[in-house]
Every structure is written in structure tokens, then in C-alpha cells.
Design a protein around this ligand. Structure first.
Ligand SMILES: [Zn+2]
Length: 149
């Protein structure tokens, strides 16, 4: 990359690995799709749904996580997955009880005391999503959840 031969020591690093688990892919159209929703909205909705799933279905928050997945067709999806290798049934339960998950997520973000333009550890933030804290907004999650209810 620097235009010269590498003369330093070489080491092997694993940057990714295959991981077999259960997933739930949530596809949106309209204003929650990639063209209509900001990255803040999509991240905020993702973490609101994970918190809602955890409280509505009594799934440990450490046992489920999620990510944004951008499809080549121009759509954006949310992927919720079991963090337990092989899956522990959390993603399947979330799919089966999705309306309750949305309701619990809505209640959680609506009733938090932090500023609407931000988030806190009582609504959307966790240690695991600290990389995204600056993009998590309670008002964005609430608006997206309002559209789903
Ligand atoms: Zn909060």
C-alpha cells in the first residue's frame, strides 16, 4: 500500500469468521427504507427493537444483537440475530411476537427521561453499541415505531 516492498515481520490476523446462528431479517419499504430513513433512524430503530424484544420476551439483551444490512437492490434491512452460537431461539421468538416487540420498544423510548435528540443507557444505549451512541436518537426511534404501530 505504501508503494514499497514490505520488510517488516508478517503476522496472520482473522478479521472475520463464519458464524452460524438464527437471524431475523426485517425489510422495510416506504419512508423506513434506505432512501427514506436516515442512518440515525435505522440504527435507533434497530436498538429500540432489540431492547423491546429483551423486555417483552424476557430475552437477555446479551443473547440478541443486530446490524444494518444494505442489499444490492437498494433496500436496507435490519438483521436481528442470536449471539449464542447455533442460535437460542431468540430471533424466532422475536419474529413470532413482532407486534409485542414493537409495542415494548415504543413504550421504552417514549417513557425515557433523556433528551429526545439523544439517548441513554435506559433506552437505546448499551456497552456493545457504544460505537453507534452518537447516532442513537430517541425521537428518531419513536417516529419510526409510530410508523409501524
Ligand atoms: Zn434514554
Amino acid at each position: 500500500m505504501k508503494g514499497r516492498a514490505c520488510d517488516g515481520p508478517l503476522s496472520n490476523y482473522s478479521l472475520a469468521h463464519n458464524y452460524q446462528t438464527d437471524i431475523l431479517e426485517v425489510v422495510f419499504s416506504g419512508r423506513l427504507d434506505v432512501g427514506g430513513a436516515s442512518e440515525q433512524t435505522r440504527f435507533s430503530l434497530l436498538y429500540a427493537l432489540l431492547e423491546g424484544a429483551s423486555s417483552a420476551l424476557e430475552i437477555s439483551r446479551d443473547d440478541v444483537d443486530g446490524t444494518l444490512y444494505r442489499r444490492t437492490a437498494g433496500t436496507s434491512t435490519l438483521v436481528l440475530f442470536d449471539t449464542v452460537p447455533g442460535g437460542a431461539g431468540g430471533a424466532k421468538r422475536i419474529a413470532e411476537a413482532f407486534p409485542e416487540v414493537i409495542g415494548a420498544a415504543h413504550e421504552r423510548v417514549r417513557n425515557c427521561d433523556c433528551g429526545a435528540e439523544t439517548s441513554c443507557y435506559s433506552c437505546l444505549r448499551t456497552y456493545r453499541n457504544q460505537y453507534f451512541h452518537d447516532r442513537l436518537r430517541r425521537d428518531a426511534a419513536l417516529e419510526a415505531l409510530d410508523a409501524l404501530l
